[in-house]
Design a protein around this ligand. Structure first.
Ligand code: MN
Ligand code: MN
Length: 298
């Protein structure tokens, strides 16, 4: 049943996130981190809802490791590790920021505090704009800035962004939370010098199916079928197809599929003033009296 699957996915996501939070990642490559974290999800009998994101410093989101990616975590880095678990397509989306340089503790703590404050006001009917207002005021009180053009989102089966946004700033209009729907809330916090916005970067290493229309290239169509069978509409990384396809070939075929618009490639998102960004994220289901945070720490 849907709710049970959301809860199952949430529990696994929370366990893995806390493992990530407590581990020392200094000296590890982003490839090692992604493989280890994804392995922890699979070990618990679930699937990854998307490639683990390891977005460092001014990269706010959407970086995942390339095959054997050598980028290595330094003791001065601030790393957002964002992970997704799915059970029968029902998703838990959660993130933690790891940082070993105490001068950035404030950013990390503020992202957590903004998330906790948001969670504490959730119940059916609460307006998304009021959640955004709470997140924004929590962050600004500390002298930091929210990232205005990143937001939380409704979730659907095999769908990470199901159409509704939960803003990180106060905004006009918006919707009210529905009973027994799943949402993710994810405050992003940057410094007072930050612009408070992200822009697209050049790197694109997360992909997802757009259309299953045949491309007339037999090999590309075979890859498209493989992607559909294994990941459905959910995001994937080059790392996830290089067991079946040789890396160079896989890259070529992906490029063809992107050109034909069968597949979409997502760029990394960078803070516009190149300031560091921290993130915290939970998945939750509102009810009449409050909220079930599916990814809550046990
Ligand atoms: Mn996430
Ligand atoms: Mn999310």
């Amino acid at each position: 049943m849907q709710t049970d699957d959301y809860l199952k996915a949430g529990k696994i996501a929370a366990e893995v996130r806390e493992m990530v939070r407590n581990k020392d990642w200094i000296g590890k490559t982003v490839y090692e981190i992604c493989e280890e974290v994804e392995g922890e999800i699979k070990k618990r009998g679930a699937k990854c809802a998307f490639p683990v994101n390891t977005s460092i410093n001014e990269i706010a989101a959407h970086y995942t490791a390339e095959p054997n990616d050598p980028i290595t975590i330094k003791d001065t880095d601030l790393v957002k590790i964002d992970l997704g678990v799915q059970v029968n397509g029902y998703i838990a989306d959660t993130a933690v920021t790891v940082c070993y340089d105490s001068q950035y503790d404030g950013l990390v703590q503020t992202a957590e505090e903004a998330l906790a404050n948001a969670m504490s006001m959730i119940k059916t009917g609460v307006k998304a704009s009021d959640i955004g207002r709470k997140i924004e005021s929590t962050i600004k009180q500390k002298g930091f800035k929210p990232i205005a053009n990143l937001s939380g989102h409704s979730l659907g089966q095999y769908t990470i962004h199901a159409g509704k946004s939960i803003p990180n700033i106060w905004s006009i209009g918006g919707f009210s939370l529905s009973e027994n729907s799943a949402y993710a809330c994810e405050p992003f916090v940057t410094t007072g010098q930050g612009g408070g916005f992200v822009r697209n970067g050049k790197i694109k290493n997360i992909f997802a199916i757009n259309s299953r229309k045949k491309t007339k290239n037999a090999e590309a169509d075979k890859l498209l079928d493989f992607i559909w069978e294994n990941f459905n509409m959910l995001p994937f990384a080059l790392r996830w197809i290089t067991k079946e396809w040789e890396e160079k070939k896989a890259k070529e075929l992906l490029e063809i599929l992107v050109k034909k618009k069968a597949i979409q490639a997502y760029p990394i998102l960078m803070e516009i003033n190149e300031q560091r960004v921290a993130q915290a994220e939970h998945t939750f289901i509102p009810n009449e009296n409050g909220v079930t945070v599916t990814t809550k720490t046990l």
